[in-house]
Design a protein around this ligand. Structure first.
Ligand SMILES: Cc1cc2nc3c(=O)[nH]c(=O)nc-3n(C[C@H](O)[C@H](O)[C@H](O)COP(=O)(O)OP(=O)(O)OC[C@H]3O[C@@H](n4cnc5c(N)ncnc54)[C@H](O)[C@@H]3O)c2cc1C
Length: 472
């Protein structure tokens, strides 16, 4: 019987950060999730910003972990080979007083911030809306792919001894002699500690554990994604002044070269859907910060759900069940704070943050199109699959797809391949590559067409064969 030091429920960016850290300090960790991949909750559908940290209430856990997390990102992404772009963040408005308040807050949080006048703003953002007169600029703000970050943390965690169990539904948990016996529909696991980082599912998991329940509010944020060719002259993230509902509808470049316009903030029941009302409100709100945005460049809409618990993160040891740590209300800036949250959880567990010697490094995702000429030639010599284009919009080759399917974490969904390679993220949104990716998954996993998932269980891409067709 294997007893893990820690079992993490929830494989979002927070769970993956904790998992990675535990594996690096030599603790045995199992991360389980009900979904078919990591980062399918809030961690796949957000603005992808590593916030500088000027916004959270000073001295809150959120402020502390945001600023620490921000500082950890550059080194972490360099190690994992995850692209991170320092583009800076600019809050704009017409109230010098509100910008002053944000400036003071930023300084209290230890963040490098500058006050800008209209002329300075215009020189950075030529299309800034006419009503904008003042701004606050923070240079230490980044954009990252939130899912690629979580995937890389997980892959590296597995290489260094961690285990991941996907499509696992928790059924019951009981504690016998200081060891939790965790039953899922498929397996039984044993662990000394349980970390509940189940995002929107935190209370559902807490009930099974017998731990504390928290009052949560779910807020949906909807977005437009603009095509890479939209020629928008916005080199940094542009926010309106924050309100009680959050950071507001922003315009930001993504690390992949697209633009995100959003998010809204509406109370919801947890469904990550887009609505006509939400999307049209984005259009009217962005007009207040950027002029002449042409929504014809939108190639996709999506939404994510924030899990809010009051004004701060809740990260604490359960008083009801010894050995349980709960993370509730990890809303924005949870992505930014995730690496620091992992270190904070280590402290709560009483583990020293001392990494093992001889840790293994993952091979980073480098798509064929981003390789040097020499690398491309070498790849083509050994693997002809790099000579076949799968996704025309994003120029992703079959070799890139196969690379994604041969990583430490085994996946079998089209969206999992999409998150790893960007195949399907271009202008045609998978119209050309979808079936090609399905075929590669079938071959790699040796499964029938109808077993391939788009995302989670229940999203099988086909229900059965109409007739037999011989594939090459
Ligand atoms: C619209 C929006 C914009 C945002 N923008 C930013 C931003 O720009 N910068 C930033 O720093 N933060 C941002 N955030 C916040 C950030 O996305 C979250 O803080 C972060 O993703 C939370 O990660 P998590 O791992 O806690 O949760 P999640 O990613 O939701 O992961 C929870 C996991 O738990 C699993 N789970 C749930 N129930 C169970 C169960 N019963 N059994 C097993 N598994 C279970 C789920 O499948 C899921 O994989 C934004 C959030 C939203 C919604």
């Amino acid at each position: 019987m294997k007893v893990f030091d820690c079992l993490i429920v929830g494989a979002g960016v927070v769970g993956a950060s904790i998992f990675n850290k535990l594996s690096r300090i030599g603790k045995s960790a199992l991360m389980l999730d009900k979904a078919s991949d990591v980062a399918t909750g809030a961690s796949k559908a957000n603005s992808g910003l590593v916030h500088a940290g000027f916004d959270p209430i000073p001295n809150s856990l959120m402020a502390k972990l945001n600023v620490q997390g921000n500082q950890l990102y550059p080194k972490l992404c360099a190690r994992l080979g995850v692209p991170l772009k320092k583009c800076g963040a600019l809050v704009v408005g017409d109230s010098p007083e509100k910008i002053d308040n944000l400036f003071v807050r930023g300084k209290q949080n230890g963040v490098k911030v500058e006050k800008w006048n209209r002329q300075q703003i215009e020189s950075k953002i030529p299309e800034i809306a006419d009503g904008i007169s003042v701004g606050l600029f923070a240079e230490n703000a980044y954009v990252v792919s939130p899912y690629l970050f979580a995937i890389a943390l997980t892959d590296e965690g597995i290489l260094n001894g961690g285990q991941v169990a996907l499509e696992e539904d928790l059924v019951s948990v009981k504690k016998v002699d200081d060891v939790f016996e965790v039953k899922t529909r498929k397996n039984t696991f044993f662990a000394k500690n349980i970390i509940n980082s189940a995002g929107a599912g935190v209370n559902e998991v807490a009930k099974i554990l017998g731990a504390e329940i928290f009052p949560l509010q779910l807020r949906r944020g909807e977005y437009f994604v603009f095509d890479k060719g939209c020629a928008l002259d916005v080199p940094c993230t542009v926010f309106p002044l924050p309100t009680a509902l959050g950071k507001g509808v922003l315009v930001t470049p993504t690390v992949d070269g697209n633009f995100l316009i959003g998010p809204t903030s509406e109370l919801c029941d947890g469904d990550a859907i887009t609505t006509a009302q939400g999307l049209s409100s984005i259009k009217s709100k962005t007009n207040l910060i950027i002029k002449n945005l042409n929504f014809c460049h939108a190639i996709r809409e999506f939404s994510g759900v924030r899990v809010v618990c009051g004004e701060d993160f809740v990260i604490e040891k359960s008083k009801a069940v010894d050995g349980v740590i709960t993370l509730a209300g990890i809303c924005s800036p949870g992505l930014s704070a995730a690496p620091a949250i992992a270190e904070y959880v280590l402290q709560l567990l009483g583990f020293e943050n001392k990494e093992k010697d001889n840790l293994k490094q993952i091979q980073p995702y480098v798509m064929f199109k981003d390789m040097t000429k020499l690398q491309q030639q070498q790849c083509l010599k050994t693997n002809k699959a790099y000579g076949q284009i799968v996704c025309k919009c994003e120029k992703i080759t079959k070799g890139d797809v196969l690379f994604a399917l041969n990583r430490p974490l085994e996946v079998h969904s089209v969206d999992a391949v999409k998150r790893r390679t960007n195949a399907g993220m271009g202008r045609c949104q998978g119209g050309f590559c979808f079936t090609k990716v399905v075929r590669e998954i079938m071959k790699a996993r040796n499964i029938q067409y109808e077993k391939v998932l788009k995302e989670n269980r229940g999203s099988e891409v086909a229900v059965g064969a109409l007739r037999e067709v011989k594939h090459d």
